[in-house]
Ligand binder design. Sequence first.
Ligand code: PXP
Length: 242
Amino acid sequence: MPAHLLINVDHVATLRNARRAERPDPVEAAFRAEAAGADGVVVHLREDRRHVTERDVRLLAQTVRGKFDLECSTDAEVLAICCDVRPDLATLVPERREEVTTEGGLNVRTASERLARAADRLHDAGTGEVAFFVDPVPAQVEAAAEAGADAIELHTGDFAEAETPAAQQHPLARLAEAAATAETAGLRVHAGHGLDYRNVERFFEAAGAHVEEVSIGFAVVARAAMVGLEQAVREMVRLVKG
Ligand code: PXP
């Protein structure tokens, strides 16, 4: 079975917010991503609301036709919104205000009680599936299973940052081992962070055996800005030059 592709539209919201405007709207981007074949949509409702807002999340919950994955921390207010919205998938992620993007996986071993409580609340509220975002470390994967996760999302950042095939070997071996551990523990396996047009095939070849789903955002939004630019300029040329 080919893996499912979920598109993260956070950075469409980043662009919108740069002008405090209404467009580009991540809800429209989600609609277009699904029209182009994506299996679902991901957003991260951050505590500081730096890109996606509560309005976006509520509209996406009503309009995404495939799988809606809401990434959130265990912050009380964000968790309450997530419980109310009941996404198909809630992915619990660590969050630090000063980070540019999510920097590492959850430390499930040290925060297992807090994460187990959050997973319970999300399940009780009717969330379809709860995933923990973890580094590819078997002990973290096992701790996620014990804390009540249905799935893990493996952090692919170390692999994505490796610049040569030789440097990719070790991160890929860690991802493959963590995925196999998850399979044995009865967890579904998702993956994401830094996957792009150059590395995604290599990821699946070397570590994709148990991976059911990937979440990709930045690379797709960045490429859309480039491949869409010519059409956007042509339309403006027509208006200005007739
Ligand atoms: N998965 C998680 C948990 C993330 O935090 C992110 C980044 O928002 C992604 C996947 C997608 O990463 P990228 O934007 O680099 O494709």
